[in-house]
Design a protein around this ligand. Structure first.
Ligand code: FUB
Length: 321
């Protein structure tokens, strides 16, 4: 079953799956795609998500359980629209949902909502994380209990509009020969409701230490960060957006620099590609999405998963969807 790469959730459209193991079960925290007949554009207006559902599986071969709606945008005081790709981290005996959405001015921010249970429901903070911006938060808890949030997405995700920490609406991507826009990472405070430091640039570099260029669209960061640890190394994986790959880079530090390695996943059906990597009972799994259920409609996506394997040198074997 784990190898079949078939749509895992079929009762609603789901995307951007963040998978975690809590209490020996696999929990999936995806976006909830809402069908409509509007057109696609580079601003991501077609992704009109309003709420989150949580899913779980007792084992990789078990039925997936929909725990229902766990948070709706109408219940979040600071949100106007577009609750996109979320993630969850467990700390302080609490499950923290970290999620992006547009604030009342239309600027993407990151918010926190909490629950005593992994399946929710989640209670949102009154306001977004001060100093947060852009989309696609990925939470990574290190062996020492410190939580890092990696985030950022180009175009609709507004990442290129942050210049020296300020939102500059007219800012555009760098020229092809200039260094690529970097994803960001912030250490979370111990109470998990604020950043403990200003967001730092995460550099992805070539083997000789040169930062990737904006024109290297097969490799440079676009959106969808994920960090996991394997044999003591930090693996930073992400989507290249315009070229539709999931690729990865490795570092000895959670703040990088990360050295580019290769591809995790070849392009799927649909424009976006988004993933997470989780270890369960001694095996690793890739959770991702495509548009199989809707025959390729970009904003009607479905979550899938399959096994992910490493070579003896720690490199990841590329997955063909
Ligand atoms: O789901 C909306 C956006 O599409 C996400 O934020 C991106 O990562 C892409 O999957």
């Amino acid at each position: 079953m784990a190898q079949q790469k078939k749509p895992l959730i079929t009762n609603i459209f789901t995307a951007d799956p963040s998978a975690h193991v809590f209490n020996d079960k696999i929990y999936i925290y995806p976006s909830h795609d809402i069908p409509h007949n509007g057109e696609d554009n580079d601003n991501g207006d077609e992704y009109q998500m309003e709420d989150y559902h949580v899913f779980s599986m007792d084992d990789v071969d078990a039925e997936v359980v929909d725990h229902g709606q766990v948070l709706h945008q109408d219940d979040v005081p600071w949100v106007s629209e577009q609750m996109w790709a979320p993630d969850v981290v467990y700390k302080n005996d609490t499950y923290y949902l970290v999620f992006p959405a547009r604030d009342k001015e239309g600027i993407f921010r990151l918010g926190i909502a909490t629950s005593a249970n992994p399946e929710g429901p989640f209670t949102p903070d009154e306001s977004y994380i001060p100093g947060s911006f852009s989309i696609d938060p990925c939470s990574f808890i290190d062996d020492d209990g410190q939580v890092y949030i990696y985030f950022g997405g180009l175009w609709g995700g507004q990442l290129e509009k942050y210049v020296d920490g300020r939102f500059v609406p007219e800012a555009t991507e760098p020229q092809a020969a200039e260094p690529a826009v970097t994803p960001k990472c912030a250490l979370m405070s111990q109470d998990m409701h604020s950043f403990a430091c200003s967001p730092k640039d995460i550099q992805v570099v070539t083997a000789d230490g040169t930062p990737l260029l904006a024109g290297d669209e097969d490799k440079r960061y676009f959106e969808d960060p994920w960090v996991h640890k394997h044999n003591g190394k930090y693996y930073f994986s992400y989507s290249t957006g315009t070229t539709h790959y999931i690729v990865y880079a490795i570092s000895d530090s959670p703040f990088g620099p990360f050295v580019y390695q290769g591809r995790v996943l070849e392009p799927v059906l649909g424009w976006t590609t988004h993933h997470s990597i989780v270890e369960y009972h001694g095996k690793s799994y890739l959770f991702y999405h495509d548009c199989e259920l809707s025959n390729g409609i970009n904003h009607r996506r479905n979550v899938k998963f399959c096994e992910l394997n490493y070579n003896p040198d720690g490199s990841i074997q590329t997955i063909i969807p």
